[in-house]
Design a protein around this ligand. Structure first.
Ligand code: ADP
Ligand code: ZN
Length: 284
């Protein structure tokens, strides 16, 4: 059996599954402090014959397996978790422990079990409370120096947009201009209540398409999968597809881009991409 943890800021989703990726048992544990939360997680796994555990963790988290800090959480707004080590937490269990970021395991779940099935080069972009991008290239998740933070690329602001941006670090990054909280602060209403206001979604599609143009140029994915709360607004998809093609111009021509409807697609795991990806991390 294999264990999986989707470690989020408010809750930890835990699951046990088999080598085919079937989830056999799952649960949810509140994320409070490591002292409170970790014993509950260990308790969940203890009655199963677990070989390895895959974890999709909120970050920043060290992903370099050659370093002693592998699995350790860095400077995070969740103060009681700063310096916490996922490896140390499991050291008495005998399980193999594999860690990646929350968005990377979601990308893996989508690549293996969801809308990216059969492809080795896909990116998963989640647009919700924040914006995260999981990059899966050549059948591997991209790490590098830390891990990609492609939600914070700078985006050319629309000249009519006077909103100052909601990212404390950057005035005009993608997340600060286009994540759910940015929409809500710009218009002073919850995003779901703005559904009939076309100018809201024209601007949102513009910013998303500008980011996708950059991702296409830099990562050359064979498919782009969009998820997260904001992407519940289905009418964004045709707008994003049209604008992405427009921003690319005729510069990049591929069969994938010709079939843009199957190139920029919604997530396909019904919200379980994170836990499924964490399970696959353990299986692999
Ligand atoms: P998280 O990113 O915290 O995991 P979500 O992906 O659900 O959570 O994203 C939450 C954000 O998505 C909220 O800021 C909200 O504005 C936005 N959101 C959620 N549902 C909708 C919806 N139906 N329409 C538009 N925006 C939505
Ligand atoms: Zn930013």
């Amino acid at each position: 059996m294999f264990g999986a943890i989707e470690a989020g800021g408010t809750k930890m989703v835990v699951a046990v599954g088999d080598e085919k990726g079937n989830i056999l048992s799952s649960g949810s544990i509140a994320t409070t402090t490591p002292d409170e939360t970790i014993p509950k997680i260990l308790d969940f796994f203890k009655d199963h014959d677990i070989e390895a555990v895959g974890i999709g963790a909120f970050g920043p988290v060290c992903l370099d397996r050659t370093l002693p800090d592998y699995g350790r959480i860095g400077q995070s707004p969740k103060l009681s978790w700063v310096g916490f080590s996922w490896i140390d937490a499991f050291k008495d269990t005998g399980y193999d422990v594999v860690i990646d970021t929350d968005v990377n395991v979601a990308a893996l779940g989508e690549a293996v079990y969801g809308s990216g099935r059969g492809l080795d080069d896909v990116i998963y972009v989640t647009i919700g409370t924040g914006i995260g991008v999981g990059v899966y290239l050549g059948g591997k998740l991209l790490h590098g120096m830390l891990h990609p933070e492609a939600g914070h690329i700078l985006i050319e602001r629309n000249a009519s947009d006077t909103f100052e941006g909601s990212c404390p670090y950057h005035k005009n990054c993608f997340e600060g201009l286009a994540a759910g909280p940015a929409i809500e602060k710009r218009y002073g209403k919850s995003a779901a209540l703005l559904i009939d206001d076309d100018k809201v979604w024209e601007l949102e599609a513009e910013y998303i398409a500008k980011a996708l143009e950059a991702y296409i140029c830099c990562y050359s994915p064979k498919r782009i999968i969009l998820g997260g709360g904001v992407m519940h607004v289905e009418k964004l998809f045709p707008m994003i597809r049209k604008k992405t093609k427009e921003y690319l111009g005729d510069y990049i021509k591929t069969p994938e881009l010709e079939n843009i409807d199957s190139y920029i697609v919604p997530a396909g795991c019904c919200g379980s991409q994170g836990i499924k990806g964490a399970l696959y991390l353990a299986i692999k």
